[in-house]
Design a protein around this ligand. Structure first.
Ligand code: E4P
Length: 224
């Protein structure tokens, strides 16, 4: 399973990249606004800055919701860098735009997926990625991981090439569950990624090794 970071924060992107496990980045208008990015030129410059940090797929979302405007916007985004993936919402015009981009060699990420039916439509249109929002599904009392597993099963049976990009991840355990459920990619903020590092037995085991290493140094000094 690939790891993408779900943020527009350049410091977080650099930190995840420096861990050596980062495969890409996803952003959305809310994440861009959180970083204070406003206006077309600042937005395009920000995407270019992300592309300079990470050598992997970078999802950049269109802001419009009609076919012609999404196509126009997507072409500008895709022209920024070969790694840009145009992120398009799961609506009727979005589906048509995904088909258009697919036919024209532009990678797409179909966002705001909340059902297997929506994922099937996006895959049929040729989306590179579908993004089921598992955290938001959990938020309304349904089972987000079950949705990932259902889509993974359908895509395997049907032989779809579209990759399942598990999104809206809330915890480190969500990442593990997505890997088990068959997601090709998980995208999440920095914290759940860093959370995977932690285990109390690792912490206590290392504390003991460090203490014993000090004893070894004392013994070696006495023998010298
Ligand atoms: C996915 O691409 C979205 O940007 C994101 O995962 C949404 O997460 P949220 O539900 O925490 O806003």
């Amino acid at each position: 399973m690939k790891f993408f970071i779900d943020t527009a924060n350049l410091a977080h992107i650099r930190e995840a990249h420096d861990l050596g496990i980062l495969d890409g980045v996803t952003t959305n208008p809310s994440l861009m606004a959180k970083e204070g990015i406003k206006g077309e030129q600042a937005t395009l410059d920000h995407y270019k800055a992300i592309c300079e940090i990470v050598d992997g797929d970078i999802s950049a979302e269109v802001l419009s919701t009609d076919f012609d405007s999404m196509v126009a916007e997507g072409k500008i985004l895709a022209a920024l860098h070969p790694n840009i993936v145009v992120k398009v919402p799961m609506i009727k015009d979005g589906l048509k735009a995904i088909k258009y981009f697919t036919d024209n060699g532009i990678k797409t990420n179909c966002t705001l997926i909340f059902s297997a039916g929506q994922a099937i439509l996006a895959a049929k249109a040729g989306a590179t990625y579908v993004s089921p929002f598992l955290g938001r599904v959990d938020d309304i009392g349904w089972d987000g991981v079950e949705l990932i597993a259902q889509i993974a099963n359908i895509f395997a049976i049907q032989g779809y090439d579209t990759q399942i990009l598990a999104a809206s991840i809330r915890s480190s355990m969500h990442i593990v569950k997505c890997a088990e459920a068959g997601a090709h990619v998980c995208t999440c903020p920095l914290e759940p990624i860093l959370g995977l590092l932690n285990h109390p037995l690792t912490a206590s085991g290392l504390a003991k090794f460090v203490a014993d290493a000090e004893k070894m140094k004392e013994i070696m000094q006495e023998q010298a």
